[in-house]
Design a protein around this ligand. Structure first.
Ligand SMILES: Cc1ncc(COP(=O)(O)O)c(C=O)c1O
Length: 378
């Protein structure tokens, strides 16, 4: 039986149309985009087309998009680049950021003498814009607030924070890895200077991403080498993956509304069925302004990693805590930060639904989970 895949916040399947867009650059169009003869020019054309496709989805200019190896590298480039280019050593961020932001900040604290203000969030995982502004000082280089949370789905008030920060002399970065291609984003309305995105959350390939750097922001590369990517990221670009990211962005632009409507109704059905059939179940995802398709629940007293294994034996793929730190089996830091309840943070699992999921699959999961829980050791 085909697995029921409900872990789209960890990775999405590669869209066959994306694969088709990549294939020529894996086969016959192998030229280096820096070379000025036919195959090189064709590869360079593919990179520039993808840059345009990504920029279009963000309301950005193509020259503001720098291709990287993924969301993690984009976050590193944004934060390390901001500290360097501002020549200041204070960072403001939140307690629910992805490790790609939090651990980069901690590294900067340890090795570059940076100081951090890691702000707490409310019971829905949201940061109040005025708290962000209050934390900014004359020493602040960058404020980094994620657009949407990978574990519970909370969408942050980026527009409000961005417009308040316009009066401050700091850079504003948002980790939009979960939001890009899933909810409408426009960098001009958001008032962000830096925005990170990744390919494998939007049916593109893994190991490819981008950083939006607003025109006029002076920046230095973290990876030095050739003058690729406007001199901001050395190294021969991964042309097939870039072509794939471009196609994935184009498809997301055209299909976002339909995908979103579909997965929202599937997630609502799953939430309603689980709430009615599992006594004591708690919902960790916020009731409003939540990433479509993300449903994080806790079943107090139940070990989430064991439940994930039991679901896997039934052919159902979900995550406990954060997929990116899977194997570490500690409480979910995000659910802990939001609820302050260690039991709830040890017993949470995340469903993240995609447009290829069906109502039959959701109904099957809603039947299977209570059955597993009724066994002596779920
Ligand atoms: C919010 C967020 N930021 C960053 C990343 C890291 O992105 P990548 O896997 O492309 O390095 C992830 C991956 O799950 C994420 O969810």
């Amino acid at each position: 039986m085909k697995a029921i895949y409900l872990d789209h916040n960890a990775a999405t399947p590669l869209d066959p149309r994306v694969l088709d867009a990549m294939m020529p650059y894996l086969r016959e169009e192998y030229g280096n985009p820096s070379c000025r003869y036919g195959p090189g020019v064709n590869a360079a054309y593919a990179v520039e087309r993808a840059r345009l496709q990504v920029a279009k989805l963000l309301g950005a200019k193509p020259g503001e998009i720098i291709f990287t190896s993924g969301g993690t590298e984009s976050n590193n480039l944004a934060l390390r680049g901001a500290v360097r280019s501002m020549g200041r050593k204070h960072i403001v961020t939140t307690s629910v950021e992805h490790p790609a932001v939090l651990n980069t900040c901690k590294d900067l604290e340890h090795y570059e003498n940076c100081t951090l203000s890691i702000l707490p969030v409310d019971a829905e995982g949201r940061i109040a814009p005025h708290k962000v502004i209050r934390a900014v000082t004359a020493r602040t280089a960058v404020v980094s607030v994620m657009t949407a949370n990978n574990e519970i789905g909370t969408i942050q008030p980026i527009v409000e924070i961005g417009s308040l920060l316009q009066k401050e002399d700091v850079l504003f970065h948002t980790d939009a890895v979960q939001a890009f291609g899933r909810i409408p984003l426009n960098v001009v309305n958001l008032h962000v200077d830096l925005l990170s995105l990744s390919g494998h959350k939007i049916f593109g390939p893994k190991g490819i991403g981008a950083l939006y750097i607003r025109e006029g922001v002076s920046f230095r590369p973290q990876i030095t080498g050739g003058q690729q990517e406007f001199g901001l990221r050395g190294g021969t670009p991964n042309v097939p993956a870039i072509a794939g990211l471009g196609m994935a962005a184009e498809l997301a632009r055209l299909e976002m509304d339909n995908r979103s409507a579909r997965i929202t109704s599937l997630a609502e059905r799953l939430r309603d069925r689980l709430l009615s059939d599992i006594p004591g179940l708690l919902i960790n995802s916020p009731p409003r302004d939540c990433l479509p398709g993300t449903l994080n629940i806790s079943i107090p007293g139940v070990s989430a990693p064991r439940l994930v294994e039991s679901l896997d034996r039934e052919g159902i793929c979900v995550s406990s805590g954060c997929a990116c730190s899977e194997g570490k089996q500690g409480p979910s830091q995000v659910v802990l930060a939001v609820t302050g309840d260690p039991d709830r943070a040890m017993s949470c699992i995340r469903f993240s639904i995609g447009p290829e999921n069906t109502m039959d699959e959701i109904n099957h999961v809603a039947l299977t989970l209570p059955k597993i829980l009724s066994r002596p050791t779920p």
